[in-house]
Ligand binder design. Structure first.
Ligand code: ADP
Length: 289
């Protein structure tokens, strides 16, 4: 599902003494099936954009097209329910929103609320518990008796149970240990590929943006100041510094190696694995000479 933000501006508490402008004329096109990362410092407007993606917020000015629904300040929308069903948001610390007596009921809640028959919702929940690597016994347990990592997975299953076409992830691994982080990020990537989802990831992690995304947008003081493929974004260290953003570890390491050996590698390496492969190729070439 294509999403297009056109000159989107947003102010909180508009027309009150507390008015706070959060977005200024943001243009962003997220094509169906792409993996879009949004990065930027705290307060740059990432969460505000994210809440526009399923019309939780409406632009103060400009418009946002979500599939075939256009959302505009002055337009009455009767289709927002459809949008909310198709765009699933995994908010930060989504486990804080768990509330049902059992894991099963919690995962079934969303789909049933949107009219999915009980049996189908139950089947979806069973499948998702498996997919997320949770033991089957958790089904009848209270979500509050689970570990933090398991609660996070149950909450994610609740969003996936809606069968969204667009998955919006707001720092989905915040607070997890490194292994849990990688497992969850890999799972989102697998779902992205297998189900042909459009994925939008808001993250502080340059590594995650570099590894998973095919487009990156940089937000700074409420404006989208740079947008492009990860290679192009991370080639431009000067621009990143302007926005107080770092390079991913693999690119930092690549730059150090290039300094030491006095030559440039042919491409920017967005992951440790691709850096290792480039270096191995270089060493093998040297050996042949
Ligand atoms: P980020 O997600 O990048 O940290 P936000 O979108 O949360 O940025 O915030 C953008 C700006 O809007 C910030 O200046 C922030 O203080 C302000 N802001 C965010 N939420 C609210 C709110 N509910 N009321 C007033 N101002 C807000």
């Amino acid at each position: 599902m294509d999403i297009t933000l056109q000159q989107v501006s947003y102010a909180y508490a508009r027309n009150t003494p507390f008015e706070k402008r959060a977005l200024y004329n943001v243009d962003l096109y997220i094509p169906s099936g792409s993996y879009q990362a949004i990065i930027g410092h705290t307060g740059s407007g990432k969460s505000t954009i994210l809440q526009h993606l399923n019309a939780l917020l409406k632009p103060s000015d400009g418009s946002i097209q979500i599939g075939d629904v256009e959302v505009k300040a002055d337009k009455k929308n009767s289709h927002l329910r459809k949008v909310r069903q198709k765009v699933g948001i995994v908010f930060q610390f989504p486990e804080h929103q768990l509330f049902e007596e059992t894991v099963l009921k919690d995962i079934m809640f969303g789909p049933m609320n949107f009219g999915v028959p009980k049996e189908e919702a139950r089947l979806r929940a069973i499948e998702l518990v498996k997919l997320l690597g949770l033991p089957e016994e958790v089904m009848e347990k209270s979500p509050f008796d689970l570990s933090g990592g398991q609660m996070r997975r149950v909450a994610i299953a609740g969003v996936l149970a809606m069968n969204p076409e667009v998955l919006v992830l707001d720092e989905p691994t915040a607070g997890l240990d490194p292994r849990g982080r990688k497992e969850i990020m890999d799972l989102f990537y697998q779902l992205h590929k297998e189900k042909g989802l459009t994925t939008v990831l808001v993250t502080h992690s340059m590594e995650d943006a570099a590894r998973y995304a095919d487009r990156i947008a940089i937000m700074h003081n409420g404006k989208c100041v740079l947008e492009g493929a990860p290679q192009a974004i991370f080639e431009n260290e000067g621009r990143l510094k302007e926005y107080r953003l770092e390079l991913p570890q693999s690119v930092k390491f690549q730059k150090k190696i290039e300094q030491l050996i006095g030559m440039k590698l042919p491409t920017i390496c967005l992951t440790e694995e691709s850096l290792a492969a480039e270096l191995a190729q270089l060493i093998n070439k040297e050996r042949e000479v």
